[in-house]
Design a protein around this ligand. Structure first.
Ligand code: NAD
Ligand code: TYD
Length: 336
């Protein structure tokens, strides 16, 4: 099988490339990535000499860059390429539409022209907006609240339109929050762990009562493996674990693993538009035979160990104190 992985130099894309090369050593993989601040070829240093792996730099929203792939025909394309951080989307929203909406649209055209036999669109539960108590189903209405989730919803809606109008073979996967190795240290869990290792505090937005559902990298890779090999195209799937925690609970679990107390929490001004709670129902995927295998308490231990053992990987990415920077920017722009 020949696969195109877009955004393969980011957090989940690189985890998926490792997963594929370990589990399907005969597959040929092309990684197409723009190498934004979140794209990091260090994530793939173990596989860069693998004869079945190739990297091509490019922007999914650029037709000229996509021409670099013209001599290839793929059995499938898995789109991980995106702008992904909600705080950045509040400060620079247009970049999010460029990649998440226009870029996804270009990949749909790429698939429609037959350069890939099918496309899997990696999306997020955030497109459904927030819910106080319920779970989101695959056909729940999209009510995104941040420029990030709105731009992802735009990409997903175009996928639905291409399925219906052109019968383009696409599968959309709405996942809950990921955590694990190679996550950029601006996201909550990676930031909390790396801050504690450096003797800093965990920044908590508002009161910390916002709820997220968490999935470990390997479980997400197994879900995409199943969708790639067994799911019918034209369908939409949620990927979740039902392991839902408030941010404060997450911070307390991490503090406990470091034998630290709550004096290492820092409550900061809430994020503008902060969604209260996400929760997805994943019964449809479970009916195909998938179950998460890593409980949060086990996954977080593995994640902390990974960040402790790979300090040279993340220390060079911390060019600034992100929370101080965002707080100052929100203030400067009159958003807080
Ligand atoms: P990430 O930010 O770590 O990596 C994104 C990658 O995409 C980077 O390598 C970057 O260089 C690349 N990229 C960005 N713009 C590009 C462009 N225009 N052309 C080509 N490459 C480009 O992302 P992640 O956290 O691994 O997320 C991967 C996917 O999963 C995204 O679609 C995201 O919306 C989705 N998702 C993420 C989470 C999460 O918790 N991180 C949860 C659910 C869904
Ligand atoms: P994040 O990792 O940015 O993912 P998302 O906003 O896409 O879910 O944040 C996860 C949760 O943690 C979210 O409710 C915001 C919160 N959070 C903090 O409390 N402090 C932080 O420093 C960050 C980055 C996030």
């Amino acid at each position: 099988m020949k696969l195109l992985i877009t955004g393969g130099a980011g957090f989940m894309g690189s985890n998926f490339i490792h997963y594929l090369l370990n589990n399907y050593p005969d597959y040929q993989i092309v990684n197409f990535d723009k190498l934004t601040y979140a794209g990091n070829l260090d994530n793939l240093s173990h596989v860069e000499n693998n004869k079945n792996y190739q990297f091509i730099q490019g922007d999914i929203a650029s037709q000229a860059d996509l021409k670099k792939l013209k001599k290839h025909k793929f059995d499938a394309l898995v789109n991980y390429a995106a702008e992904t951080h909600v705080d950045r989307s509040i400060l620079s929203p247009l970049e999010f539409s460029h990649t998440n909406a226009l870029g996804t649209h270009e990949l749909l055209e790429f698939t429609r022209r037959g350069q890939a036999k099918k496309m899997i669109q990696i999306s997020t539960d955030e497109v459904f907006g927030e819910t106080q108590t319920k779970e989101f189903f695959e056909d729940s209405p999209m009510r995104p609240n941040s420029p990030y989730s709105a731009s992802k919803a735009a990409g997903d809606l175009m996928c639905a339109a291409y399925v219906r109008t052109f019968k383009t073979p696409v599968i959309v996967a709405h996942s809950c929050n990921f955590y694990g190795p190679y996550q950029y240290p601006e996201k909550f869990i990676a930031l909390s762990v790396t801050n504690l290792i450096q003797g800093k505090k965990i920044p908590i937005y508002g009161s910390g009562s916002n709820v997220r559902e968490w999935i470990y990298t390997q479980d997400h890779c197994r879900a995409i493996d199943l969708l790639l090999h067994q799911a019918e195209t034209g369908r939409v799937f949620n990927i979740g674990t039902q392991e839902r925690f408030t941010n404060l609970e997450i911070a307390e679990i991490i503090l406990k693993k470091f034998n630290l107390d709550k004096s290492r929490l820092e409550f900061i001004q809430d994020r503008p538009g902060h969604d209260f709670r996400y929760a997805v129902n994943s019964d449809k995927l479970k009916k195909l035979g998938w179950q998460p295998q890593t409980k949060f308490m086990q996954g977080i231990e593995q994640t902390i160990k990974w960040y402790q053992e790979h300090q040279s990987w993340w220390r060079k990415l911390q060019d600034k104190n992100y929370q101080q920077y965002y707080q100052a920017q929100y203030k400067a722009k009159g958003l807080s």
